[in-house]
Write a protein of this length. Structure first.
Lengths: 276, 443
């Protein structure tokens, strides 16, 4: 009994430490975003007086609203295209026997591991030359490059678990190969698609490196990059409050998405088991 | 309602031939069974008919139309898979509607057909369940339902009963037979279980290593096996094989010598000088004491030590050992026995003989018992090729039995239906099937 209590105490204190460690910075950002400009540097965790001025302020700035639009558009398009392409690619990898199949998978993984910084400067030059610099497409392409491999891996694991007989059953039932895919295989692989979609979305949404390097104006600059361009209320004030408010605003969609699809993501990341 | 014709159908894989020039005519409304041990290519044949497997060579014809290259959806065949392949995300109703919706059938007709099929398969109460909430037997019925609603040209069933437990299998087998009887839809049924083959099929096609061995009504396969393989595969427990030497009209078996029956005497030259393997069905042995004097003339007696008894009430299996002079000398036979043994069809070592005798016998384990052997019912095979050497003679003899009133013959194997022309499956499902539960193969 004694041991049991001890063990419980040990686990709960460990959990508390981990949670505090993970959430303290977030709480701190939230606290900063609610402080008045004058209180920013007072060092207290709880704001003396709560104000939403910072939030109002950032939505008044064209920099932020344009960036928010860009972020949402670019992340959603990247997600859609990546999941679409990854689904077809993963399906082919899971179902077809073609030469170099393993090579494709290994190569895809290698690309995902590639240090992004090493491609940024060549991309900058190429994009400038062919006119993709500072455009949505200019960001969507590198996002696809880096997220597709992971999406393909996740999805091909899913497709592999779906019994092939289901597809054959659909075909003898009178379905075209595409109908068999759409009506039988795709619904069964849906958890995998959600997982892949969330991973791609988060990557595109959070990216800072490409966003800061390959954009220059409100045309395509996303929120993480735009935050760096915030201006204080005067030349001499730091826009700390606004930055904190913007950080909170961009965190919310990700948190909501993860909470909504939590169950599916967990099942997606662990196994992808589809049992009949 | 269709006839299916296979012409020299062959399926080659990178380094072997799964199906080798199979010719098969399946008549309209016929219940055709493809049977063989695992690896015999029976499922591949079925999948080629369905269009799920490429045909390397040869043709598949449905109603005279060459469909060799057409997609599965253009063949109007319904397939039931071994795993049932129910769509897990759809309800029972959704599963059954699926093929009809693809045909863009009017809603009213879909509902009508589904409720009719559901009624005939007793699925009405399950229509809104998902497959995961069903038992094995129910899933099997849904898979059948999905096939029936389409009213296809033919049913293709790939081991549809192998995932059910023994009791349910016997019951479902009867229901399946009854269903086919009622719908009169051409059916091709793949199984490795010779009991299913014997009880269900109008005709049975036996496959081995991708080659067709023999096609015929169950009784014909039983009485006139074309070769050692068919002889050993059909019947449960399986046929006993012995090496034999034939000298004139004298046949020398390891345990006994006898004269060829008069009707075979003039064919003895077919056997002479050939390496011969003799095949004897378990029911052609009997306890000497239970054989009438007149009958005794048609056979020969011998003594053997009883190793094991299996008393099943209506029948008694006696296993006795036969001393052989070592080598049986037949590569073919050893191969066949290994193959059948390995696939669980007949686990007997060839020299441990099994006899099915009258349960009234008082033979006991360990006895030196006296047996009687019906020498008129023995099959003779070529030890090298495995071919039935006296197939003609078998046919003549079988002719009497095939014509005779089935109830008066005593040569029906334990798993054989009373009359293959009227499959046991015609028994209503509520009544326990007249076929005894499959005698599990020994070993």
């Amino acid at each position: 009994m004694q041991g049991h209590v001890k063990e419980k105490a040990w686990w709960s204190s460990a959990s508390v430490i981990v949670v505090v460690f993970a959430l303290l910075p977030v709480a701190w950002i939230i606290s900063l975003s609610l402080k008045k400009a004058a209180d920013i540097n007072d060092g207290s965790f709880i704001p003396k007086s709560v104000t939403f001025d910072n939030y109002r302020n950032i939505f008044d700035q064209g920099v932020f609203t344009a960036a928010l639009r860009n972020s949402i558009g670019i992340a959603l398009i990247s997600t859609l295209v990546a999941v679409l392409l990854a689904t077809t690619a993963a399906y082919a990898i899971a179902r077809l026997d073609f030469p170099g199949k393993r090579l494709v998978l290994a190569f895809a993984l290698a690309i995902a591991m590639f240090p992004q910084i090493s491609v940024v400067s060549p991309l900058f030059d190429i994009w400038r030359r062919i006119g993709l610099y500072d455009t949505w497409l200019g960001l969507i392409i590198p996002y696809l490059t880096f997220t597709l491999p992971l999406a393909i891996w996740v999805l091909s694991a899913f497709f592999r678990e779906i019994p092939w007989e289901l597809e054959q059953a659909a075909q003898t039932d009178g379905a075209t190969p595409f109908q068999a895919f759409r009506k039988v295989i795709a619904p069964l692989a849906a958890p995998g698609m959600f997982t892949a979609a969330i991973l791609v979305f988060i990557f595109a949404w959070n990216d800072f490196l490409f966003a800061i390097s390959l954009t220059s104006t409100n045309r395509a600059r996303t929120v993480p990059a735009a935050i760096a361009f915030f201006q204080g209320t005067s030349q001499f004030t730091q826009p700390t409050g606004q930055i904190a408010a913007a950080a909170v605003v961009v965190t919310i969609p990700v948190v909501i998405a993860v909470l909504i699809f939590q169950k599916r993501i967990v099942s997606g990341l662990t196994s992808g088991a589809v049992k009949g | 309602m269709s006839e299916i014709k296979l012409v020299g159908v062959t399926r080659r894989f990178a380094d072997d031939v799964a199906v080798d020039h199979v010719d098969l005519d399946i008549a309209d409304g016929e219940f055709m069974i493809l049977v063989g041990p695992s690896g015999s290519g029976k499922s591949t044949v079925l999948r080629m008919i369905a269009g799920l497997e490429d045909v390397s060579d040869g043709q598949v014809l449905i109603d005279g139309k060459d469909v060799t290259g057409s997609a599965p959806r253009d063949r109007n065949l319904a397939m039931v898979f071994q795993s049932y392949a129910l769509y897990p995300h759809l309800t029972v109703r959704g599963n059954m509607e699926f093929p009809l919706k693809l045909k863009k059938m009017p809603r009213k007709e879909i509902d009508e057909r589904v409720s009719r099929a559901a009624a005939s398969l007793e699925l009405q109460d399950l229509l809104d369940r998902k497959p995961a909430q069903l038992s094995g037997g129910q899933r099997q019925r849904v898979a059948m339902g999905r096939a029936i609603v389409r009213e296809p040209s033919a049913f293709l069933l790939d081991e549809p009963l192998s995932n059910l437990d023994a009791q349910l299998r016997v019951q479902t087998r009867a229901e399946l037979g009854e269903l086919q009887e009622r719908l009169k839809t051409t059916t091709v049924y793949v199984t490795h279980d010779q009991t299913e083959a014997m009880t269900l099929g109008d005709r049975v096609a036996v496959l081995r290593k991708g080659r067709l061995q023999q096609v015929g009504p169950p009784k014909e396969l039983y009485l006139i096996p074309a070769n050692v393989f068919v002889a050993g595969f059909i019947g449960s427990p399986g046929m006993n094989f012995f090496p034999a030497t034939v000298d004139g009209t004298t046949v020398k078996l390891p345990m006994v010598e006898y004269e060829l029956p008069a009707r075979l005497a003039d064919r003895s030259e077919l056997l002479h000088g050939t390496h011969v393997v003799v095949g004897i069905r378990p029911e052609h042995f009997e306890d000497v004491g239970l054989v009438g004097r007149a009958e005794r003339q048609a056979g020969v007696g011998f003594t053997a030590k009883v190793e094991r008894l299996e008393w099943l009430g209506s029948e008694l299996f006696v296993h006795f050992r036969v001393e052989t002079s070592g080598d049986t000398g037949s590569e073919t036979l050893r191969e066949v026995v290994d193959e059948l043994g390995a696939s669980g069809v007949r686990g007997e070592h060839e020299m441990l003989t099994v006899a099915r005798i009258d349960p009234a016998s008082d033979i006991a384990e360990g006895d030196e018992a006296k047996f009687w052997l019906n020498t008129d019912r023995i099959h003779y095979f070529d030890a090298d090729t495995g071919e039935n050497l006296l197939q003609k003679a078998d046919e003549i003899r079988a002719g009497d039995h095939l014509d005779a009133d089935p109830s008066s013959t005593d040569d029906a194997g334990p798993a054989e239906p009373a009359d293959p022309a009227e499959p046991a499956a015609s028994v209503p499902p509520s009544v326990p099937p007249s076929v005894p539960p499959a005698v599990s193969p020994h070993g």
